[in-house]
Design a protein around this ligand. Structure first.
Ligand SMILES: *[C@@H]1O[C@H](CO)[C@@H](O)[C@H](O)[C@H]1NC(C)=O
Ligand SMILES: *[C@@H]1O[C@H](CO)[C@@H](O)[C@H](O)[C@H]1NC(C)=O
Ligand SMILES: *[C@@H]1O[C@H](CO)[C@@H](O)[C@H](O)[C@H]1NC(C)=O
Ligand SMILES: *[C@@H]1O[C@H](CO)[C@@H](O)[C@H](O)[C@H]1NC(C)=O
Length: 765
């Protein structure tokens, strides 16, 4: 009897040891579970105040850092804030480990690839899966609940090593991605966070290490105009539309002030204007960096005080734990300032349910090991890769290949058997991989030759056997491009061409191939492949980005036509010559005719490109017609507005009665080809001219993805919010709506909408 009982108790202990113990308010401990801050029925601000009231300054300060200390006295455990989930749960931060029952997680395509799908529901779906797996791992004690993802900086310069992590070069696209992915991660229940996301790195951070300048020392000089209409847009949308629970400030300075010490950026913009409901965290050691590397303050206490007073709530790194108490002692900071920071982090922990006792008794408490790497999750990773791979060239058309005519395929190139390369950076451990070689092997007999030892491709020693393979096969697929040795965090590229002898290998193989030659590129940043675009022997080109754990299967599905590609480039592919007059340190978006500076992104640069933003082919053809659209739209303007504005042709957004004022377009999309396919509609607007040099030459105002079977037609409705999307930003950083004819472009369709000011009656006061 006794031994059975002991066995049962032992088994119970064993089972419970698999689940995470409560972070705080353990129901099993009557000496700590009766505090008001443990009462889930009380409003969160009341609970937060109660808890803060029980803590000493020293205890508070020890909680201002990523590895926040425990306060056993009140029953609170330590917490590691730093976890990452850029495209699936990652082990880059110390808060997450793959071990025991959680050896891996679903590894989605790198963000630049996923964004190329232009499918906001896909972005949200990926966020939902990543947070399911994150919660499961949290419950099992191997992950945190606070994820410092996504990276929503603008992909401003094609050389940036972290461009791969971003949603591309367009601010509205990046903002829409940010809001969608964050909603997926956090869930949409405002009273309860599934996990807490963080949009980073605020702001104008998009240089890692270029020509002797690194991110730890860089002072980004940014005009008010570029700040408002480019750099801050994704962050604003992340906070206001995504309701993100955190923003991370960056290493660099903006106009001479470290972003993590700038009250204008943190307190006034993120909190004051955008109303962040959450915490502001530093990049890792960035407070230490602005003291030690930038010498921004003369004492560490001043650095700690400046950061907290600017609005920083949490330090990734030890700096605030080391210096905040002395800063208070020296009178540089008050305990009330510390309380304010702590209130913001504690509030997020309470919204996550961390003070609600037993994790298993809470929402998401049921998620466990069987909810990670499920077939459904892995299928979504495959689907995301299929939706994100861009078809750049298809002469003949030579694609798709056929299993009948292309029974033997030469699979060549340093990325032809890629696995970890496919998941890019800020990844975790994937559930498994399908390499391009394996993927193609499902459709055809393969002859595999790497051609180069690695992507650096320093010699041509293996060219001979690659050419032989191409001579024997019915088709040749070259899988080339980059990996983290060429573009990564702290590794910006020096040029845009393929590394080493890669170009030579591609050209020689194409010349030797018996069948059609298809070039598949893996990369985060754009590559100048003008040679391949112009080489008639290279019949097809695909850009796969870094397509995630199932990338090779998706590439093969597109090559053999099981999937009809529908993705579009989320960034401009520039020729190498673009870099001639382009210091990476020059933050200006607009070109300068006096210096020959070319400007950046499709919105401002109008020189030659290899492939433009938004480019991407399909195996079918779509025709667009406008079914209905207004010709004239009145913009109601507040009667209080004085008639003496400096620019009557463009009214301030703050003077307009914006509400839901929008332009509704109905577009018919007809699939005139013979294959079912998905069309990505990109809607651009060209503002009226005559506003000085404010306006971009065009800007993306909407996008929509629609599946249309062959010969069928679908109607797509698009709403364009007038104030948000048709406004431009003047030199002083003021957003204005230009009156007059805005040209709306959808594919070949052009339509003019005239905006007209409608003065509302002046209210006498
Ligand atoms: C309950 O919490 C108090 C205060 O942290 C601690 O001293 C005690 O050991 C805990 N009791 C149990 C059974 O864990
Ligand atoms: C967008 O992605 C979702 C989720 O994967 C998918 O169900 C949907 O079909 C996609 N939309 C289109 C038009 O392809
Ligand atoms: C492809 O890569 C896998 C995993 O790295 C390896 O096991 C396999 O041997 C490679 N195949 C070839 C043909 O090189
Ligand atoms: C109108 O604005 C201009 C320039 O800002 C200013 O010089 C002028 O005095 C203003 N006129 C009136 C009537 O306010």
């Amino acid at each position: 009897m006794d031994s059975i009982l002991i066995t049962i108790v032992f088994l119970l202990l064993l089972m419970s040891s698999e689940a995470r113990d409560p972070f705080a308010c353990d129901p099993k401990n009557t000496s700590t579970n009766n505090f008001p801050f443990c009462k889930a029925s009380l409003p969160i601000p009341t609970r937060v105040n109660d808890l803060i009231g029980r803590l000493t300054l020293q205890e508070k300060v020890s909680m201002l850092v990523n590895n926040a200390a425990a306060v056993p006295r009140v029953g609170i455990k330590g917490y590691e804030w730093w976890s990452e989930a850029l495209h699936g749960v990652s082990n880059v931060g110390p808060g997450t480990k793959f071990a025991g029952q959680f050896p891996a997680a679903t590894s989605f395509p790198q963000v630049i690839t996923t964004v190329a799908s232009f499918n906001a529901s896909l972005w949200e779906a990926i966020g939902r899966v990543a947070s399911d797996e994150a919660r499961a791992m949290y419950n099992g004690g191997t992950a945190g609940l606070t994820y410092w993802s996504p990276n929503v900086n603008i992909f401003r310069d094609p050389r940036w090593g972290r461009g791969q992590e971003t949603p591309g070069e367009d601010p509205i696209l990046a903002g829409k991605y940010a809001a969608s992915y964050v909603r997926g991660l956090q869930g949409t229940d405002s009273s309860r966070l599934k996990v807490a996301a963080s949009c980073k790195h605020f702001t104008a951070y998009d240089l890692d290490n270029w020509n002797g300048v690194d991110r730890f020392h860089f002072n980004a000089k940014v005009s008010k105009q570029d700040m408002e209409d480019t750099f801050n847009v994704p962050f604003r949308m992340c906070v206001k539309e995504g309701n993100v629970a955190s923003v991370m400030c960056s290493y660099n300075q903006v106009n001479g002030v470290p972003t993590c010490a700038d009250p204008n950026l943190l307190k006034r913009t993120i909190r004051g204007q955008w109303h962040l409901d959450g915490y502001i965290v530093s990049d890792c050691d960035s407070v230490g960096v602005f003291y030690t590397n930038q010498h921004y303050t003369s004492t560490p206490e001043e650095a700690a005080a400046d950061a907290i007073k600017a609005g920083l709530d949490l330090d990734c790194g030890p700096f605030l734990a080391q210096h905040t108490q002395n800063a208070v002692k020296k009178g540089l900071l008050t305990e009330t300032d510390v309380n304010g920071a702590l209130a913001n982090t504690l509030t997020v922990q309470m919204r996550l349910g961390m003070f609600d006792g037993e994790p298993s008794a809470q929402p998401y408490g049921n998620l466990g090991p069987t909810d990670v790497c499920t077939p459904t999750h892995q299928e979504l990773a495959l689907d995301a890769a299929r939706q994100g791979i861009v078809l750049l060239k298809n002469t003949g058309p030579s694609l798709p290949l056929s299993t009948k005519n292309h029974q033997t395929v030469a699979v060549i190139g340093p990325n032809s058997n890629a696995t970890v390369t496919m998941i890019g950076n800020y990844a975790g451990i994937a559930c498994g991989y399908t390499s391009p070689l394996q993927g193609i092997g499902k459709y055809a007999r393969t002859i595999h030759e790497p051609g180069c030892a690695n992507v650096a491709c320093n010699d041509d020693k293996q060219f001979g056997s690659a050419l032989n393979a191409a001579r024997q096969a019915d088709a040749t697929v070259l899988v080339m491009g980059l990996d983290q040795s060429i573009e990564a965090e702290m590794v910006d590229r020096t040029g845009l061409l393929l590394p080493g002898h890669q170009q030579d290998l591609v050209s020689k193989v194409a010349a030797a191939s018996r069948g059609p030659t298809i070039l598949v590129l893996m990369s985060g940043g754009p590559i100048d492949i003008t040679f391949a675009k112009n080489d008639p022997r290279i019949m097809g080109i695909l850009w796969a980005g870094y397509p995630g754990q199932a990338g090779g299967a998706a590439i093969a599905d597109i090559l053999f036509g099981t999937t009809n590609p529908g993705a579009k480039l989320p960034m401009t592919w520039y020729p190498q010559g673009y870099l001639k007059n382009l210091a990476m340190t020059n933050m200006a978006m607009r070109p300068s005719s006096s210096t020959g500076y070319p400007g950046r992104t499709y919105r401002f640069y109008n020189g030659p490109v290899v492939y433009p933003f938004g480019y991407g082919l399909s195996y079918t053809n779509f025709v667009h017609t406008l079914a209905s659209a207004p010709k004239v739209v009145s913009v109601p303007v507040d009667g209080h507005r004085r008639g003496n504005s400096s620019n009557k042709a463009a009214i301030r957004v703050t003077h307009a009665r914006c509400g839901k004022l929008s332009i509704r377009l109905d577009i018919d999309v007809k699939n005139v080809g013979s294959k079912d396919g998905t069309n990505t509609l990109l809607v651009f607007s060209v503002p009226p001219t005559g506003n000085g040099h404010w306006a971009p030459q065009k800007q993306l105002v909407a996008f929509e993805k629609v599946y249309v079977p062959a010969k069928a037609q679908q109607r797509v409705r698009i709403n364009i919010h007038v104030c948000k999307l048709l406004s431009v930003v003047d030199k002083s950083g003021t957003r204005r709506i230009p009156m007059g004819a805005h040209s709306i472009h959808i594919g070949d369709v052009k339509h003019f909408v005239s905006l007209q000011e409608q003065k509302l009656g002046i209210i006498k006061t």
